[in-house]
Design a protein around this ligand. Structure first.
Ligand code: ADE
Length: 248
């Protein structure tokens, strides 16, 4: 996979992409990530990328020319495999696991990090093929949002988590929250690890974990469970837990 990111602040990406899973995936050749400063595509010697809003109003608007030309220069190197051009914006569709899966199947992605008050509407209409928001709040620019999207997508690439783990096993992939986890010591400040986890009975442990995951999801994120594609067995278990705990 190849990911190209257009940003006015390329150095912001050094930390998050220089560590952990994203770095390992890059080093392993699973993904190439290129950060482009689209100021280089400005038309004047001052590197102007923004201008006043027609009609008046507070704040500056990103000009269309540098963004169009940066994307076109990347696309020229991609040939036929050109994938989506995604604008990170609070006006986009809300990012979730399913969108991360959808994007992880692309051969390449181009992400545009907006800034200032916004981008010229023609970028939305004629350049971006998709718009994504990482949540119902406004952050300073699209960079942090692009990092979130890239992290969530890259960890889904086969092999990104190492040979013994697959992101398809994440509880979120199955539609509910993770069960509680414990490690040593068995007793910490008087708080004990649940007995069942020490029992060595794998079937019972699996059942306990499933129950905990379902109960936790019912309590914290019932919306997830409603949408989850559970097996018949898990659905029955969920219904039983709901009845036992008095959820409706
Ligand atoms: N830029 C500013 N806020 C954003 C958000 N919530 N998601 C994506 N991009 C953004």
């Amino acid at each position: 996979m190849r990911i190209d990111i257009l940003s006015l602040f390329p150095r912001m990406f050094e930390g998050p992409f220089g560590e952990s899973i994203v770095k390992r995936a890059v080093d392993a050749g699973l993904v190439s990530i290129f950060i482009h400063n689209f100021r280089e595509f400005a038309h004047d010697k001052h590197g102007t990328v923004d201008d006043y809003s027609f009609g008046g109003g507070e704040g500056m608007v990103l000009k269309p020319e540098p963004l169009f030309e940066a994307v076109e220069s990347i696309r020229a190197t991609l040939g036929d495999s050109a994938g989506p051009v995604i604008l990170l914006t609070p006006q986009g569709r809300l990012f979730c696991h399913q969108i991360a899966q959808e994007l992880s199947r692309q051969q390449n992605l181009i992400l545009i990090c907006g800034h200032y008050e916004g981008v010229d509407e023609r970028v939305r209409q004629h350049l971006a093929t998709d718009e994504i928001s990482i949540g119902d709040y406004v952050i300073t620019g699209g960079e942090l949002a692009a990092m979130v999207v890239v992290d969530a997508v890259v960890r889904l690439l086969p092999g990104a988590l190492g040979s013994d783990r697959a992101a398809s096993e994440d509880s979120y992939a199955k539609g509910f929250l993770e069960y509680p986890q414990y490690t040593r010591p068995r007793v910490y400040r008087g708080w004990e690890v649940p007995e069942v986890l020490l029992s060595g009975n794998h079937q019972e442990i699996a059942r306990w974990r499933m129950e905990q995951a379902i109960e936790r999801t019912l309590l914290r994120r019932p919306d997830l469970l409603a949408k989850a594609s559970l097996s018949k067995e898990d659905r029955e278990l969920a219904d039983k837990i709901k009845a036992r705990k008095g959820f409706n």
